[in-house]
Write a protein that binds this ligand. Structure first.
Ligand code: KG4
Ligand code: ZN
Length: 369
């Protein structure tokens, strides 16, 4: 089984060819950093037009590097959402066209499911597992029981952790994109120099919050002279990173404690999404897993940030189960992984869907109340 994957939900145009025996035959990613840099963030209309300009060439390159023709494929997968709708439309329409012309199955993949299943491509991780999904738009803890079976244990009540990295980087006059440049700036820094809040620390449940931490950094950063002294910039970046990591660890600890009662068969923590490429966070989570006797899997950084190999792989997982989509699939700007989770902003709570997930969710809900 060989699937072409296409990813266009944000500011990366990407195409990849992946096999069911977990080989990545090609994985091409074109970042639009230069187009968006002058604006300090992703401009949706610019992103959509850039995807349109580059997608055909990237698909051609991915097929060529894989040494494949379209006739060799078993299916075509594209991110169907959630994401910036203009970009998602470009990817979905491209995949549909290839599928229609070559009579191939079309698979609309949830971008978050792509992140969620990457550890099965890279490390053959078995279900069930606990997933910490940390990206620019999402910060969630999920129980992953199978393809399409996700139970939300906790979510952010304000900013996603990647967003907090990006905004903090901006306050520290670090270049776009924020997450990687903040990690780099923090390297020589002293994480104990500034006392910052550890959001949600000690609170029950698995929800996250990062706006308080961000505000605390802003107050310190605004009081600093400009240009920022290099030492202070490094120390504040390191202090922020340490606080964010500690908060993530604390929330994961609560999830592991709850699951040890309701789902003792869960023995693995997987971290996924762009922020999962952060080494401080990976190290902190490794330590936590040691305490709980959990296995820990983090995909290589280039498969944590947005890419099409994860979309091709999720397509393979779905194709194996016969979960194909019609050419009438409508791209979705919003698409929660756990469709039964009810968003009651600012708090995200979950409603049990079946008995297997019931216990974990009611534990999480009880812990929050
Ligand atoms: O998964 P992703 O590539 O795109 C989304 O689906 O959002 O995640 C992008 C996010 C951005 O907020 C970026 O700043 C963050 O991941 N990120 C990092 C690092 N690399 C990317 N955050 C912290 N440390 C990093 N090394
Ligand atoms: Zn992503």
């Amino acid at each position: 089984m060989i699937v072409l994957g296409i990813e266009t939900s944000c500011d990366e145009t990407a195409a990849a060819v992946v096999t069911a025996d977990r080989r990545i035959l090609s994985n091409v990613v074109l970042s639009q950093l230069d187009e968006h840099r002058p604006y300090g963030g992703v401009v949706p209309e610019i992103a959509a037009r850039a995807h349109l300009d580059h997608i055909d060439r990237l698909v051609g390159q991915a097929m060529e590097e894989a040494g494949m023709g379209f006739a060799d494929l078993s299916g075509v997968a594209a991110t169907g959402g959630p994401g910036l709708i203009g970009g998602v439309i470009v990817g979905v329409m491209t995949a549909k066209a290839i599928a229609a012309v070559h009579s191939l199955p079309f698979l609309a993949v949830n971008h978050l499911e792509g992140h969620a299943l990457t550890a099965r491509l890279t490390d053959d991780v078995a279900f069930p597992y606990l997933l910490l999904l940390v990206s620019g738009g999402h910060c969630q803890l999920l129980l992953v029981e199978g393809v399409g079976h996700y139970a939300l244990l906790g979510s952010t009540i304000d900013d996603a952790v990647g967003e907090a990295f990006d905004k903090t980087a901006k306050m520290l006059d670090l270049p776009y994109p924020g997450g990687p440049s903040l990690e780099k700036a923090a390297m020589p820094g002293d994480p104990a120099r500034y006392t910052l809040p550890r959001p949600m620390l000690g609170r029950p449940g698995c929800d996250f919050s990062f706006s308080g931490l961000k505000t605390a950094v802003r107050h310190i950063a605004e009081a600093m002279p400009r240009p920022l002294p290099e030492r202070a910039q490094a120390d504040l970046a390191a202090s922020f990173q340490a606080a964010a990591a500690e908060s993530l660890v604390n929330r994961c600890r609560n999830a592991m404690t709850a699951l040890s009662q309701s789902h003792p068969e869960v023995r693995t923590l997987v971290v996924a999404g762009g922020v999962a490429s952060n080494q401080t966070i990976r190290t902190a989570l490794t330590g936590l897993c040691g305490d709980f006797g959990y296995g820990f899997t983090a995909p290589p950084p280039r498969l944590c940030t947005d890419n099409a190999a994860m979309i091709a792989w999720a397509g393979i997982e779905r194709l194996r189960l016969g979960l194909t989509d019609g050419l009438d699939f409508a791209p979705r700007p919003r698409w929660p992984l756990d469709p039964d989770a009810i968003s009651v902003q600012p708090r995200v709570t979950a409603r049990p869907r079946d008995s297997a997930r019931d216990a974990a969710q009611s534990t999480a809900l009880a812990a929050r109340s």
